[in-house]
Design a protein around this ligand. Structure first.
Ligand SMILES: [Zn+2]
Length: 127
């Protein structure tokens, strides 16, 4: 019986220690008037992404599919990147059932197997 009482007391101490941060978190949410939104919780790169979206840039990492006119050697399709290379997928023809993936490196324009030309365009990362 004594051991049961000790275990219960130890469990209550642990439960009290664990529940304190939760109570503090709930108190902070109450001060703001409700449950914090995703933007308020976000940090780091996610916060920068959400700030860019709020500023009007709906594709801050240039991940959306772009439909472009065929690129030529003199006027290649520009692919933005913050790195020295980027993986590009080309749907060479409308009826294709697969995507032709290749690495696009900075420097001279590169040609896809279908004949479309691409060139990496260096851009600054979101701030
Ligand atoms: Zn292609």
């Amino acid at each position: 019986m004594a051991s049961l009482a000790l275990r219960t007391a130890a469990f209550l101490n642990i439960k009290k220690a664990i529940s304190r941060p939760v109570v503090r978190c709930m108190a902070t949410a109450k001060e703001g008037g409700g449950i914090p939104e995703t933007f308020e919780h976000a940090t780091g790169l996610e916060k920068k992404e959400l700030e860019a979206i709020r500023a009007g840039n709906l594709d801050p990492f240039d991940l959306q599919v772009k439909h472009c006119a065929p690129g030529t050697r003199d006027a290649p399709i520009e692919v933005p990147s913050v790195f020295e290379k980027r993986v590009v997928g080309c749907i060479c023809e409308e009826e294709m059932t697969h995507v032709n993936w290749f690495n696009l490196y900075s420097g001279d324009p590169q040609r896809c197997d279908c004949g479309h030309w691409f060139q990496l365009k260096k851009r600054e990362p979101i701030q």
